[in-house]
Design a protein around this ligand. Structure first.
Ligand code: HEM
Length: 208
C-alpha cells in the first residue's frame, strides 16, 4: 500500500506535469507557427492566462482543505503559488522582450495609454514579495502570525489581476467575469468556512 510520503511525491509529480503542459504546448505552437497573425501578443496572453489559472488553483487549496478535511493539501499550496509566479515572470518577460524590445520609452507610454497594465504590475509586485517570502526560513524570520498576515495579500493580488484581465478584454466578454465570480466564491467560502470552524471550536471548548 502507498505510504503518505509516496502519495505526497505522486501528487507533487502530477503538479509538475500539469505545470509543464502549457509550456510544452506553447513551444510546440511556436515551432509549428500556429499562433496566429500576432504571435508575440498570443504568447504574452497565453502566459498571463496560465499565471492566472495557477493563482486561482492556489487560492482554491484552503477552501478545499476546509471542505474535505484533507489537511495534507496545504503541502501543495506553495508549489502551486510558485508556478503562478513562474508564469507571471514569463508573461512579464515576454512583454518586455518580444512585445516591447526593452524600449523603456515605449513601455512608459504603453503604461500611460493602457492603464490596465498598472493593475497587472501591482499584482505582480505582490506575487514577487510572496514568492520571496515563501521559504521556511522566511516563515521563521517573520514569525507565523506576520507571515500569515502578509500572505493574505494574495487576495489583493488576485483582485488586481482580475481587474487587469477584465480591462484587457474590451467590451463585454464572459471569461474574465467567470474568473471574477470564481474568485468571489473562493473568498466568501474561505471566510465562511473559517468562521464556521472557529464557532465549532468555541462550542466544543464550552462543552468541556
Ligand atoms: C508587470 C506585470 C504585468 C504586465 C506588464 C502585464 C502586461 C500585460 C499585457 C500587455 C497584456 C495584454 C497582452 C497583449 O495584448 O499583448 C496582458 C494580458 C494578461 N495578463 Fe498581464 N501583465 C502583468 C502581470 C500579470 C499578472 C501577474 C497576471 C496573472 C497572475 C497577468 C495576467 C494576465 C492575463 C490573464 C491576461 C489576458 C490574457 C488573455 O487575454 O487571455 N498579468 N498583461
Amino acid at each position: 500500500m502507498a505510504t503518505n510520503q509516496q502519495f505526497y511525491w505522486a501528487v507533487k509529480f502530477l503538479i509538475w506535469l500539469l505545470a509543464a503542459l502549457p509550456i510544452a504546448w506553447l513551444s510546440w505552437s511556436i515551432l509549428q507557427k500556429t499562433l496566429g497573425p500576432n504571435p508575440a501578443e498570443a504568447i504574452d496572453r497565453f502566459l498571463g492566462y496560465w499565471a492566472l489559472v495557477f493563482l486561482w488553483i492556489t487560492l482554491a487549496v484552503t477552501p478545499l482543505r476546509l471542505i474535505t478535511g484533507l489537511g495534507q493539501l496545504i503541502r501543495f499550496r506553495r508549489l502551486l503559488g510558485l508556478f503562478s509566479f513562474f508564469y507571471a515572470v514569463l508573461h512579464l518577460f515576454s512583454y518586455l522582450t518580444i512585445n516591447q524590445f526593452f524600449d523603456w520609452v515605449a513601455i512608459w507610454e504603453d503604461l500611460l495609454k493602457r492603464n490596465y497594465i498598472m493593475f497587472g504590475f501591482f499584482g505582480f509586485i505582490i506575487l514577487t514579495i510572496l514568492a520571496a517570502t515563501s521559504t521556511t526560513t522566511m516563515i521563521k524570520r517573520l514569525g507565523a502570525g506576520n507571515w500569515n498576515r502578509l500572505h493574505k495579500s494574495i487576495y489583493i493580488s488576485a483582485i488586481l489581476i482580475t481587474i487587469h484581465f477584465i480591462m484587457i478584454r474590451k467590451g463585454f466578454q464572459l471569461e474574465p467575469f467567470v474568473y471574477a465570480a470564481v474568485l468571489l466564491l473562493l473568498l466568501t467560502s474561505r471566510f465562511k468556512l473559517k468562521h464556521r470552524r472557529s464557532r465549532k471550536r468555541k462550542f466544543l471548548s464550552l462543552k468541556k
